[in-house]
Design a binder for this molecule. Structure first.
Ligand SMILES: [Zn+2]
Length: 419
């Protein structure tokens, strides 16, 4: 049977699920197990690290390290030691995935600069764990043949949870149900802080999940900037959505109210977990922030899809550059406007729809005149506040962001030809 990474196309399907009380309980038990295993791995490896640092090889320490290593070596070892993990409601894939996630966190630490070493997962108001389907070797691979399968458009069966009501986009489900071979990979089951439950399924296939869009024969450069969302090389300005700022203010107020209530409860020695007014306010805060995130994500999805549909080649600056991150004020703002997620959306959507997305080095894209290629130096250099300028060599009057977008386009097209 083909492994997940041997397929050509991938798709992330998110379903809202509506578990019964019994199923909610099973989800909670699995979330506890996943967090416990992860934290146990963190604790044991920290111990091993501490022992390893001392350069004395006395048998006691060697035995201790061997003992610790064995303790977390396999799922069975963990189960033998912590018998509550043998609870029949606990999904063994959930334990395996928790171990895997810990290893992945180390890999991320080694591969991605700026990531910390794996640390303890704190218990909060969300829950999540991961599981995988089991396909039988002689059966065809589809959405209907493993122990994770759709029963109809409104029901899915999941390991341990069994039949569960679900809700997904009818259009997307109809398309997926028509496809010949779709393999289900990792499934993440989670509860958010507003007590809503979701199942996210990673799907893979050799058939594309998206219908191809027609070629337009155009290329575009985009300059992501602080003033608006972006300016493109045709001079179009995409504003940041307005609702965002208003919503953020509302969220800040709600958060203040929450911390105020927590403060009072602490003074009066009341427990936060049982204080009704605090829990109510916590849900309001969670709902507001998830609304903001959802609307932001919708905006990014819509805008990235528009660019991909309207152009064959899309070029942007590579914001992973160290310089931008070092400037704290700018870095915060990058995170805020979701530029990184926007760029990765463009990247994967370009692949899905057969278009080209490229990133270029942001060096001098702002400081170069796109007409005569003069690069501003020293005192001539533009600061963040210079919105317009006149080229000292050719005398062209520039709007800062439009000029940058044109340079990005030119830089990208040069790179494209060389490749
Ligand atoms: Zn010039």
């Amino acid at each position: 049977m083909k492994r997940m990474n041997e397929y050509r196309y991938f798709y992330g399907l998110v379903l809202r699920i509506y578990p019964s009380n019994r199923q909610k309980n099973i989800i909670k038990v699995n979330d506890n197990a996943a967090r416990f295993i992860y934290n146990e791995m963190v604790a044991v490896e920290r111990d091993i690290g501490r022992f390893g640092k001392r350069n004395i090889y006395i048998p006691f320490i060697e035995n201790r390290i061997r003992f610790l290593k064995e303790k977390i070596a396999t799922v069975t070892a963990l189960k033998n030691r912590y018998t509550w993990l043998c609870n029949p409601d606990i999904d063994s894939e959930c334990i395996a995935n928790a171990r895997l996630n810990y290893r992945k966190a180390w890999k991320r630490y080694r591969d991605v600069p700026g990531t910390g070493i794996p640390s303890f997962h704190k218990k909060d108001y969300t829950e999540s764990y991961q599981t995988n389907p089991h396909y039988k070797p002689h059966k065809p691979v589809s959405l209907f043949t493993s122990n994770v399968r759709f029963l109809d458009r409104h029901h899915i069966t999941l390991p341990k949870l069994q039949r569960i009501r679900c809700q997904g986009s009818p259009k997307i489900l109809a398309k997926l149900f028509r496809m010949e071979t779709v393999k289900i990979g990792t499934i993440t089951i989670r509860k958010d802080a507003c007590d809503r439950y979701y199942a996210s399924l990673l799907l893979a296939s050799d058939e594309p999940f998206y219908d191809a869009v027609p070629k337009t024969g155009t290329s575009i450069g985009i300059d992501l900037n602080l003033e608006n969302f972006y300016v493109d090389s045709d001079g179009n300005v995409k504003e940041n959505p307005r609702y965002y700022r208003k919503q953020k203010k509302r969220l800040a107020n709600a958060q203040n109210k929450l911390s105020h209530r927590i403060e009072i409860a602490k003074k009066e020695n009341r427990s936060i977990r049982v204080a009704k007014n605090i829990q109510k306010q916590r849900r309001i805060v969670a709902k507001l922030s998830s609304d903001i995130m959802r609307r932001r994500r919708d905006f990014l999805h819509r805008e990235s899809l528009l660019l991909i549909k309207n152009h064959d080649v899309i070029i942007a600056e590579d914001l992973r550059s160290q310089n931008l991150v070092r400037n704290h004020r700018v870095a915060l703002s990058i995170q805020d406007s979701g530029w990184r997620s926007f760029l990765s959306m463009l990247e994967y959507k370009a692949k899905c729809y057969g278009k080209t997305f490229m990133m270029v080095n942001p060096r001098n894209t702002t400081q170069t005149c796109h007409v005569c290629n003069h690069v501003l130096q020293g005192d001539d250099k533009l600061t963040l506040d210079d919105r317009q300028w006149i080229c000292p060599v050719c005398g062209t009057h520039h709007k800062r962001d439009l000029n940058a977008a044109r340079n990005i386009l030119a830089k990208g097209l040069r790179q494209f030809k060389e490749a």
